[in-house]
Write a protein that binds this ligand. Structure first.
Ligand SMILES: *[C@@H]1O[C@H](CO)[C@@H](O)[C@H](O)[C@H]1NC(C)=O
Ligand SMILES: *[C@@H]1O[C@H](CO)[C@@H](O)[C@H](O)[C@H]1NC(C)=O
Ligand SMILES: *[C@@H]1O[C@H](CO)[C@@H](O)[C@H](O)[C@H]1NC(C)=O
Ligand SMILES: *[C@@H]1O[C@H](CO)[C@@H](O)[C@H](O)[C@H]1NC(C)=O
Ligand SMILES: *[C@@H]1O[C@H](CO)[C@@H](O)[C@H](O)[C@H]1NC(C)=O
Ligand SMILES: *[C@@H]1O[C@H](CO)[C@@H](O)[C@H](O)[C@H]1NC(C)=O
Ligand SMILES: *[C@@H]1O[C@H](CO)[C@@H](O)[C@H](O)[C@H]1NC(C)=O
Ligand SMILES: *[C@@H]1O[C@H](CO)[C@@H](O)[C@H](O)[C@H]1NC(C)=O
Length: 465
């Protein structure tokens, strides 16, 4: 008995600094739901936007006012939409609805509220758009009829981004930043183009409208054409227009891989299982698991180093997107189910081992205990473990796959959402030298904004530099 007692005491001493470990039985859906409820509650202690005097919809920030940039709350509401979808717990539905509507920038319905446009990236806007798209796909309770509807909000984001497709450099693509005067405008990166691709694929599947699919295909063609997706299915971060987008930043971020992987699964579904999208989906899935799930547990490999932590606040939220989007892939591309379920189980086991029994969770999932890492978050850490726990429920009772307008989705669209065309910046003239790579959609393409706005840099994706 003695050696055992000693190790028990040591274990207690080790965990004692932060309290006991969170106990979850990952073979029991009710145990997973209880743990998810605890973590959701812990997450929402960081949300104060509903208190008087604060701005609805956002997490405290942006720096220096608080740690979080505007986009992260958009991603958080998507996490809570999924939480409701998987568990049925409606506790945060009203907050999520109020927030997704408050930040929508009505009546343009494009997630470009004036408070944030000066520092806005296509990725920032896109994260809110993807949460609205998710709300449509899972029949999250529709907003009142006099408010913008989920599908229309996703269309509003997509439409504004389509007008920004820029053939004046690198043969196309979206810039990272929206205002041309922002630092990072010259960076044409994977997350901006990947979200546009992802939304296009999902809008195509939801509405059946092939225009969205053509845009998605064009975005895929461009992103892979410039080499941000290579022939071994690695997904890199981006490049600069002054280098014709050939100076590829080789950092691999899970959010880039996940957004393109999920978009590919929706294209696979939209095309009724085409060979070309199956090849892309399976190749990306295989490589994603190899890169981001060493030993079956997710690691944000570009910044979560063995001997030190370099991940910023944004990056502390990425693991949840990967887990949630992998879970959705099993529904729209069922042949991936067993591969994905296996890795979600092992990785969620790691995720849970990073938490204490009050639902406080860490960022390192492969050490077996809470890491005390509160410097960069902690809402991202909570969102990630909440996403992992909720989406693991796909391995239990059947979960309704993402709906479409033909299979019971009730969200109303507005193909013209996004705003009065007059608010979309006038196109710059194309020079003949730039026209080379124009795709089938040239006629629809407008070009970059010349709006003069102050230099501000508000997002994460170039931080690998
Ligand atoms: C804000 O939302 C939280 C749930 O996260 C709730 O506990 C709190 O009572 C709400 N506060 C107000 C002022 O409505
Ligand atoms: C914009 O900022 C003002 C001032 O802080 C605030 O009252 C308002 O609610 C904000 N609107 C949005 C959409 O964030
Ligand atoms: C969805 O289908 C309904 C009729 O079944 C139709 O009225 C509506 O326009 C469709 N919406 C979209 C976005 O295609
Ligand atoms: C994408 O590239 C393929 C292969 O080159 C081509 O057949 C297709 O037309 C392109 N699609 C678009 C929308 O540009
Ligand atoms: C820029 O790269 C594209 C391929 O992405 C290529 O077609 C084009 O010729 C290049 N332009 C210059 C000026 O090198
Ligand atoms: C998928 O199959 C359906 C039913 O046969 C058909 O209506 C639809 O056009 C197909 N979609 C594509 C993109 O081929
Ligand atoms: C990926 O594919 C390679 C080659 O087929 C295979 O050896 C490897 O096991 C696969 N990895 C995963 C994670 O499925
Ligand atoms: C498909 O979407 C495009 C872009 O919003 C729109 O212009 C077109 O009218 C839509 N087509 C149909 C058949 O609804």
């Amino acid at each position: 008995m003695r050696p055992q007692l000693v190790s028990l005491l040591l274990a207690f001493a080790a965990s004692g600094a932060y309290g006991a470990a969170l106990e979850v039985d990952l073979t029991s859906s009710s145990s997973i739901k209880s743990a998810a409820q605890l973590v959701s509650h812990n997450l929402m202690t960081y949300y104060v936007g509903n208190q008087s005097g604060n701005t609805p919809g956002i997490l405290p920030g942006p720096p220096p006012a608080g740690p979080y940039y505007w986009w992260e709350a958009g991603a958080m509401w998507g996490t809570l939409v999924d939480y409701w979808h998987y568990t049925g717990d409606t506790t945060y539905n009203q907050l999520a609805t109020d927030s997704l509507l408050f930040q929508a920038n009505q009546p343009q319905d494009n997630y470009m509220p004036p408070n944030w446009t000066a520092s806005l990236g296509n990725d920032d806007q896109g994260f809110w758009g993807m949460s609205a798209m998710l709300a449509a796909e899972v029949n999250f309770p529709n907003p009142p009829a006099d408010q913008p509807q989920w599908l229309a909000l996703a269309q509003g984001v997509f439409n504004t981004q389509a007008t920004r497709w820029d053939l004046t450099s690198c043969n196309g693509g979206l810039h990272w930043q929206i205002p041309s005067t922002n630092g990072g405008y010259d960076y044409k990166n994977t997350i901006a183009n990947g979200i546009f691709f992802n939304l296009g694929a999902r809008l195509a599947r939801y509405t059946g409208n092939s225009t969205y699919a053509r845009w998605a295909e064009q975005s895929w063609n461009w992103t892979s054409g410039v080499g941000y997706i290579d022939d071994r299915w690695n997904v890199y971060d981006g490049g600069h227009q002054e280098h014709n987008c050939t100076d590829t930043n080789p950092a691999q971020w899970s959010a880039n891989a996940a957004v393109i992987l999920q978009g590919s699964a929706f294209m696979y579904s939209y095309t009724n299982g085409s060979d070309i999208w199956k090849t892309r989906l399976d190749g990306l899935l295989n490589r994603t698991i190899e890169v981001f799930f060493p030993d079956g547990i997710m690691v944000e490999v570009s910044c979560e180093l063995k001997d030190r932590m370099q991940c910023n606040t944004d990056q502390h939220s990425f693991k949840g997107y990967m887990h949630r989007w992998l879970a959705t892939i099993t529904q729209v591309a069922p042949h991936t189910h067993d591969t994905i379920a296996t890795v979600l189980k092992t990785s969620t086991k790691g995720a849970v081992s990073s938490c204490t029994d009050d639902g406080t969770c860490g960022f390192r999932w492969n050490t077996g205990s809470y890491d005390g890492d509160t410097a960069n978050g902690p809402a991202g850490q909570e969102m990630s473990v909440l996403g992992a726990l909720s989406s693991l429920l796909i391995t239990f009772e059947p979960v309704q796959p993402p709906l479409t307008n033909f299979t019971g989705g009730t969200s109303q669209g507005n193909p013209n959402a996004g705003g009065d065309p007059n608010v979309i910046p006038a196109p710059a003239p194309l020079t003949s030298a730039d026209r080379g790579g124009a795709g089938v959609l040239t006629a629809l393409v407008l070009v970059a904004t010349l709006v003069a706005l102050a230099w501000m840099s508000g997002t994460w994706s170039e931080h690998g530099h």
